[in-house]
Design a protein around this ligand. Structure first.
Ligand SMILES: [Zn+2]
Length: 331
């Protein structure tokens, strides 16, 4: 009864952060963030966006993106091998984009991080590279990429000439945006007809999401703000005049670890303990050091190969934990 009342209260009070309509029909499940704050994961009746209620405010987001997010050291992960593997995946994405761009084309990576993706693109083809990244250590690293045109800050409507870009990429950035609809409006304006948009984000319709609900790694509250099921997102983009060229649901980079960490989240009071440990965030994981951390790492090494297999299976059924779309602007 109390539960029902709470759901009604949320429906009455909340406005969808994506479409600004007062249309919260679905209160799906509770979750907690890395600071212990409680939320309800809600879905808008009108635009189908999933989001956190209450909406994390600016102060909380600033705290969540504090240095711990990208690690204290130069590299994001404290294990050098992890970073090398990530570089290999970034390289794979560059090769994927090559199918769609020619020499001297303009390529924009929104949320370009340290700029390694744009840098690896240049290894294969001489394109003009543009990056946008919020101020911080990643942006400082990106600024050192040879040939990059970097904007430090958020993407704004007049940063680029209309229809001036041949390709735009957002790799695991969309879910972080506080105003994702405005970002898509900007993309609509600056991407040229026939240009491609590669966009990846957590799949809220995945098996992992459905099994683990509030404990799912890729829910990542409060940093991840908006989610769409693949079906709803494709419909949204088609309405905006895009054609779906390809969709990919398998990601050995994201999905097996999603299984490992989501299972661990069922057993620990704090969420994402192993993930923070691997990033070198020792203050967050202090209370788990010793035997408890050993057990978590052991579970990681033993179960990872199994979850590499489930990654492929879930991808076949389009239920993988993350999705990567290639859209082409058709008008
Ligand atoms: Zn909405």
């Amino acid at each position: 009864m109390e539960d029902l009342q709470e759901k009604k209260l949320i429906r009455d009070a909340a406005t969808c952060g994506y479409c600004e309509m007062k249309t919260y029909g679905g209160v799906r499940y509770p979750t907690r963030d890395i600071f212990g704050n409680q939320y309800q994961v809600v879905q808008c009746d009108y635009c189908q966006a999933w989001s956190l209620h209450p909406r994390p405010d600016e102060a909380l987001l600033r705290k969540a993106y504090d240095t711990s997010y990208y690690g204290e050291t130069e590299k994001k992960f404290s294990f050098p091998l992890v970073e090398d593997i990530l570089d290999w995946f970034r390289d794979g994405r560059a090769r994927k984009l090559l199918k769609f761009v020619k020499e001297n084309d303009n390529v924009l990576d929104i949320g370009c991080g340290n700029g390694h993706f744009l840098q690896s693109l240049l290894k294969y083809r001489k394109v003009n590279i543009f990056g946008v990244e919020l101020p911080g250590k990643s942006a400082e690293r990106a600024a050192r990429v040879p040939g990059i045109n970097l904007k430090t800050g958020s993407l704004e409507m007049d940063d680029f000439q209309p229809v001036s870009l041949h390709a735009i990429t957002l790799f695991h950035v969309f879910e972080h945006l506080t105003a994702p609809s405005s970002t898509l409006d900007i993309i609509d304006r600056i991407l040229m007809k026939g240009g491609v948009l590669i966009i990846s984000f957590p799949n809220i319709g995945s098996w992992q999401s459905r099994i683990f609900k509030g404990d799912w790694l890729h829910l990542d509250p409060p940093r991840h703000l908006f989610f769409f099921t693949p079906k709803d997102f494709i419909a949204l983009m088609q309405k905006r005049g895009y054609r779906l060229l390809s969709e990919k649901y398998g990601s050995p980079e994201q999905n097996p670890f999603g299984m490992v960490q989501s299972i661990l989240n069922l057993f620990t009071r704090k969420r994402e303990v192993l993930f923070e440990e691997l990033k070198g965030n020792k203050s967050y994981t202090a209370e788990y050091q010793g035997f408890l951390m050993f057990l978590q790492k052991l579970f990681f090494f033993v179960s990872f190969p199994v979850f590499m297999v489930t990654n492929f299976i879930s991808a076949i059924f389009k239920k993988g934990a993350t999705v990567e779309f290639v859209f082409q602007k058709s008008n």
